[in-house]
Design a protein around this ligand. Structure first.
Ligand SMILES: Nc1nc2c(c(=O)[nH]1)N(C=O)[C@@H](CNc1ccc(C(=O)N[C@@H](CCC(=O)O)C(=O)O)cc1)CN2
Ligand SMILES: Nc1nc2c(ncn2[C@@H]2O[C@H](COP(=O)(O)OP(=O)(O)OP(=O)(O)O)[C@@H](O)[C@H]2O)c(=O)[nH]1
Ligand SMILES: [Mg+2]
Length: 460
């Protein structure tokens, strides 16, 4: 799969974000055999500027028929193979906003390019051998990263750290397979295989497989993050807690119960984990229709959360309504937040008669936030995050394939121990090699590719 294959069609897409907050520059990208020819019909570079690879041209994008100027722009030509896709690539660096890039893209499409599918530039980079599959997945991870640690891990993937770890395991298995097959084919000419030595080699490979598999939990946390819902009776200080925690005035706070009517979301990073915090409407028998809907959304938020912060008013203490609320959310991982602790003497506290972990906060005074963060990290097992000596973190697809390899290699060991004939060894060795190859893309199927590249964004 790694020999260059020139794709017949030239693809085009807007490579930069199209969002309400406009960027100052927007890029339209072309890749494929006609990229330069298309660009030359659209782009006018005044003066004697030569169309050389890896040089910036200054000029105008013009409608090829009407000569109407669409944008003033910079253009970069990157001739194959020195480009992201290893095909001829052209980038138009246009003015930001929506209109310039949209119109330039339309002109590219009218001049022979086809709109790229999500991830298609990176797919071509993969098909042309510039990246393996784990590196391509790293690129999607980096684009989606929501914490510096997640970005760092993604970059390790792009730089090929996982690829080389898996690659060397696969090489070990291939070498072993070659040894075994040689004994099958030339049994009389070669000394027999030392079973003990082979078993020891397999042990080493398996130990590494286990190490890499252990990074899956961390990968999952860094990629998906946590949804944390702040839930509680009205007026206990949920919105104050969100504001103190996010150091903002994101949510409206008043002394009126029923202030928050809808779920308010905020993005935070705690110990490297991206966290989506949901402040919810206080749960009670609602007074009006709007509040009723809000309360229903609170219940849904609690149900969808990875962790619930069940908040109590320390002054009011543990009430029957709190007990009812607990029944609603007790199947979720849960931390008690005893808020307004500034209003109560420690001996006067009445606490929930329940075992879950507690933290004490005075949200209005920004107190207790660190304790809260520590409790959350403990709840998700901070150990899962501890970066090993490397910053590799595998995803679910990679973990599934690695588990297959582990099973197959364990099977080889059993085969050796049972002193079964060499033919039996090769069966499981081959399936281990295939599973490892699925991770890097050395062994792959069309549907795997679709699955992987469909989670990219357009233009990547
Ligand atoms: N304007 C712009 N910025 C960008 C990108 C881009 O495509 N365009 N990138 C896109 O994601 C990232 C940079 N990644 C890149 C990775 C490889 C090559 C590249 O040309 N690789 C060739 C040749 C390298 C060389 O000349 O030595 C190769 O590896 O074969 C380009 C960009 C981020 N910034
Ligand atoms: N003394 C004290 N007052 C607090 C504390 N936290 C919140 N309050 C006050 O309690 C009142 C209610 O706070 P909110 O944050 O709006 O409470 P809520 O739980 O979001 O209320 P609803 O949105 O109505 O469910 C406000 O007057 C806050 O200033 C605290 O730690 N100590
Ligand atoms: Mg509120």
């Amino acid at each position: 799969m790694s020999q260059p294959m020139i794709q017949a069609e030239t693809i085009a897409a807007i490579a930069t974000a199209i969002v309400p907050q406009q960027g100052s520059v927007g890029i339209v990208r072309l890749s494929g055999a006609s990229a330069q020819a298309i660009a030359q019909q659209l782009f006018h570079a005044p003066g004697q500027q030569p169309w050389e690879s890896h040089r910036i041209l200054y000029g105008y994008v013009r409608h090829p028929q009407t000569q109407q100027v669409i944008d003033e722009a910079l253009l970069m030509l990157m001739l194959a193979p020195r480009s992201y896709t290893r095909e001829d690539v052209v980038e138009f660096h246009c003015h930001g906003g929506i209109m310039a890039v949209q119109q330039v893209l339309q002109l590219c499409l009218a001049t022979g390019a086809r709109l790229a599918q999500p991830g298609e530039f990176t797919l071509r980079a993969f098909l042309n051998g510039r990246l393996d599959l784990t590196q391509a997945e790293g690129i999607a991870d980096l684009v989606g990263a929501r914490s510096p640690q997640a970005a760092q891990t993604a970059l390790a993937g792009i730089q090929g750290k996982l690829a080389s770890a898996i690659g060397s395991l696969r090489q070990s298995c291939l070498a072993l397979l070659a040894e075994v097959e040689a004994r099958i084919d030339f049994a009389d000419d070669l000394p027999p295989l030392a079973e003990a030595a082979v078993a020891q080699q397999l042990d080493q490979v398996l130990a590494q497989v286990r190490q890499i598999l252990a990074t899956a939990d961390r990968g999952e946390l860094l990629r998906s993050g946590l949804r944390v819902a702040i839930v509680g009776r009205p007026n206990v200080g949920k919105s104050s807690l969100l504001n103190a925690w996010s150091r903002s005035d994101r949510a409206i706070v008043t002394n009126l119960p029923g202030t928050t009517r809808d779920v308010v979301e905020s993005q935070l990073v705690v110990g490297g984990i991206p966290i989506q915090v949901l402040d919810t409407a206080g749960i009670r028998d609602a007074l009006d229709q709007v509040e009723k809907i809000g309360v229903e959304r609170s219940r849904q938020a609690a149900q969808s959360a990875d962790l619930v912060l069940l908040t109590l008013d320390a002054e009011a203490g543990w009430t029957p309504e709190d007990a009812q609320l607990y029944e609603l959310v007790r199947d979720r991982p849960l931390i008690w937040v005893i808020n307004k602790i500034d209003l109560v003497a420690p001996e006067a506290l009445s606490l929930p008669p329940l075992a879950e972990q507690r933290v004490y906060t005075a949200a209005a005074q920004n107190q207790g936030i660190e304790a809260l963060e520590n409790a959350i990290l403990a709840a998700v097992q901070a150990g899962k995050l501890a970066a090993a000596d490397w910053d590799i973190a595998i995803n679910q697809r990679q973990a599934a394939a690695l588990t297959q390899a582990q099973t197959a290699l364990t099977q080889v060991q059993a085969t050796i121990q049972a002193h079964l004939p060499l033919d039996f060894w090769t069966i499981d060795l081959r399936s281990a090699i295939r599973a490892l190859g699925e991770i890097t893309g050395d062994d792959l199927t069309e549907s795997m590719l679709d699955q992987i590249f469909s989670r990219f964004c357009i233009g990547k």
